[in-house]
Design a protein around this ligand. Structure first.
Ligand SMILES: Nc1nc2c(ncn2[C@@H]2O[C@H](COP(=O)(O)OP(=O)(O)O)[C@@H](O)[C@H]2O)c(=O)[nH]1
Ligand SMILES: [Mg+2]
Length: 281
């Protein structure tokens, strides 16, 4: 189909709307539309299909920190690997930990989980539930105990008993940035001291249904801890998820996993081509 100028304008409006709806944010939407207009004229693109395809290419090009070698978890053989999982309450930290534990266990790794969210009573039971479901050992203490002590126990146990991966859950209270910072600094110090590692995965969980707020959360956590990647949850049943574009660009960190449901198998490794296609479904 050949497009006239008016159809073109409508198409741009439609695409702009789609990008904004997907939570990609105003700045990046404007930038993309501008880039698109210039490639359309430079490449003399005519059909709406060509223009959609070009937009997909531009979107993929924005995901420069998300090549396969970056999006894969960095796990080394013959030593303990730490995955510290952070993020605000309710985003899906514990659920993602359960799913990751299952994936790693299935791939033959010896996995242990530390129930570091001691703040909510139900949080510890929830981790234990995931432990049972995945057949993975859980280290816990009583509700209200010091999260750093749980992390200490977990890393020590993991180290002594030759585990391959320790996944550490945390509480995500964000009402007080200073407290959160202090708590995470303490946890970081304990991990470094107990594991002897300075280079470990710190994964920030972002709920794709929270929209632009996700970018703000990412900024705050990125100031507090040395993030190595993002897990985007609740990508099921929503066309959104565009928030990863400003997050990954601004933080210069890869997306490691996408949560696509509440079930144990509902976690995908991030694939930028697949993700961009899913945005247009
Ligand atoms: N639909 C959907 N629900 C999810 C996903 N990940 C987590 N949840 C749900 O979100 C809620 C909060 O998850 P939880 O792991 O407890 O969050 P946490 O407070 O960060 O540990 C639970 O009801 C989960 O089942 C996902 O990818 N898709
Ligand atoms: Mg939790």
């Amino acid at each position: 189909m050949l497009l006239g100028k008016t159809i073109n304008d409508d198409l741009y409006e439609e695409l702009e709307e789609l990008l904004i709806q997907s939570d990609i944010g105003m700045n990046m939407t404007m930038q993309l539309v501008e880039e698109l207009e210039s490639s359309v004229s430079r490449k003399k693109l005519k059909t709406s299909e060509q223009i959609y395809d070009e937009l997909k290419e531009l979107l993929k090009a924005k995901l420069i920190y998300n090549d396969e070698e970056n999006t894969k978890l960095k796990l080394k053989d013959g030593k303990l690997n730490i995955l510290l999982v952070v993020g605000v309450n309710g985003v899906g930290k514990t659920t993602s930990i359960g799913k990751i534990a299952k994936k790693l266990k299935d791939s033959g790794k010896k996995v242990i989980i530390g129930a570091g969210d001691t703040f909510r009573a139900a949080a510890i039971e929830q981790v234990e539930e995931w432990g049972k479901r995945t057949g993975v050992e859980v280290v816990k203490q009583a509700h209200g105990s010091d999260p750093a002590a749980v992390i200490f126990d977990t890393v020590k146990t993991a180290k002594n008993r030759g585990f391959d991966v320790a996944i550490l859950d945390t509480a995500g209270r964000l009402h007080n940035k200073r407290d959160l910072m202090k708590e995470l600094e303490k946890i970081n110090k304990i991990i470094r001291e107990q594991s002897g590692e300075t280079d470990f995965e710190t994964l920030l969980v972002i709920d794709s249904t929270t929209g632009q707020n996700g970018l703000e959360q990412a900024r705050i956590f990125n100031e507090i801890v040395d993030l190595t990647g993002i897990i985007l949850t609740k990508f099921d049943g929503t066309a959104k998820g565009g928030i990863i574009f400003p997050i990954t660009s601004e933080l210069k960190k890869p997306i490691k996993f996408i949560g696509v449901g509440e079930g144990i198998e509902d976690l995908r490794e991030f694939d930028k081509k697949e993700f961009v296609e899913a945005m247009f479904d």
